[in-house]
Design a protein around this ligand. Structure first.
Ligand SMILES: C[S@@+](CC[C@H](N)C(=O)[O-])C[C@H]1O[C@@H](n2cnc3c(N)ncnc32)[C@H](O)[C@@H]1O
Length: 216
């Protein structure tokens, strides 16, 4: 039986210590090839101007820029500390000409209709206070035919998978946050029900062992 969902706050990850540890965690996952860059490329998110919602330290979008050509990225995050960190990481990658980060909320994207060729987001959905509003915003800012990719944990992952993720989380001080993120994540059924109320109703949900991918 799947546990009840326990929502997280919508303030994002803030504070120098936690942001520093989160950066270390994500850098380790990047170095181990455990960020979903291949899944994004497989979803044919490969060209043009992309929006990343909740980039945190930004490694996914920065790796996407590295592996694609003539692409540009705008990242929007609700946490000023993450915006500062992602901007610094973009400078370290030498990608400030193709990546910029703005403070903002996925519920109200500060962009015109049809502004982006693609939208992607990973590990952030479970934190959104109003996912339906953000799904509607994703549809609004995409060009006709634009592609999107949404990836997050699944709350109904099996206990062995939970344990595997818990072990993987380094520094170990991040483990409590990981458990809280999984407990705030959705099941495939919950996600389908939400998507069906928005313009993303035609999306495919791909069920992975650890998470869910929403693909158009
Ligand atoms: C768990 S982190 C994931 C970061 C990154 N995508 C990754 O995979 O490492 C979630 C990120 O989403 C951001 N976030 C949460 N709610 C948001 C919202 N409503 N709009 C934009 N960003 C949000 C947080 O500040 C945080 O940086």
């Amino acid at each position: 039986m799947t546990r009840e969902r326990v929502p997280e706050t919508n303030v994002g990850i803030t504070g120098a210590q936690i942001v520093g540890m989160y950066n270390e965690l994500q850098r380790g996952l990047r170095d181990a090839g455990r960020i979903p860059i291949d899944a994004i490329l497989d979803a044919k998110v490969t060209c043009g101007l992309a929006l990343e919602i909740g980039p945190g330290p930004g490694y996914l979008g920065l790796e996407w820029l590295k592996q694609t050509s003539r692409t540009e990225l705008i990242g929007i995050d609700i946490s000023p500390d993450m915006i500062a960190l992602a901007s610094q990481n973009a400078a370290d990658y030498g990608l400030t000409d193709r990546a910029r980060y703005v403070l903002g909320d996925g519920r109200r994207l500060p962009f015109e209709d049809g502004h982006f060729d693609a939208v992607f987001t990973a590990g952030s959905l479970h934190e959104w206070e109003q996912p339906l509003a953000t799904f509607c915003e994703i549809a609004r800012v995409l060009k006709p035919g634009g592609r999107y990719f949404i990836d997050d944990f699944r709350r109904d992952m099996n206990p062995f998978a939970r344990w595997f993720l818990w072990l993987l989380a380094k520094p170990s001080a991040m483990r409590a946050g990981l458990v809280s993120s999984i407990n705030a994540a959705y099941t495939p059924r919950e996600l389908r029900a939400m998507l069906d109320q928005t313009p993303l109703r035609g999306a495919t949900i791909v069920e992975q062992t650890l998470g869910l991918e929403v693909i158009c």
